[in-house]
Design a protein around this ligand. Sequence first.
Ligand code: GRF
Length: 190
Amino acid sequence: MGLNIALFASGTGTNVDNIINFFSNNKNINIKLVVCNKADAIVLKKAAAKNVPVAIVSDKAVYNSEKLLHFLRANEIDWIVLAGFLWLIPSSIIKSYPNKIVNIHPSLLPKFGGKGMYGTRVHESVIANKEKESGITVHYVNERFDEGEIIFQKSCLLTDNESAASLAQKVHLLEYEHFPKVLEKLFLKQ
Ligand code: GRF
């Protein structure tokens, strides 16, 4: 049996790759599929290389959420994990998966979150704002971008000459180290 997890991602998928590796020998947690909204996303290759099935969804399929919900249920998905998925999750899906949808954001929310705050823009804003620290936030997903209840945060310090690229690297390392462990704790708590 075990829990079935769907990873939603549309970018390079380094977190997806890391999560798949982390749970690969776990008999109770199955990374069942990767849902992606970009037909040419690098994450698709990463998932395929690990033999994790992928589903490419159009905006219509996501926002006609009955269809997506049906698909998730047909695959007996228990948890949804967003790792670089930029679209808002429709409320019918949020209601069908109460406290079972989790996102990772590359800043210390509530700072530097919200619509359009993703990727390098987040790190550029952190630097422009002369922040002393940044980090990662794992949070539940609600109907608004990056506003769901915070589950976990970890910070890192910025150096005086920090660039968006170097900060992105630091933040990614924090994500690789902590995100799978935070997920494991959450999954096993239920
Ligand atoms: C991560 O930095 C995550 O915080 C954000 O999207 C990025 C995805 O990176 N939500 P990758 O595709 O896993 O490399």
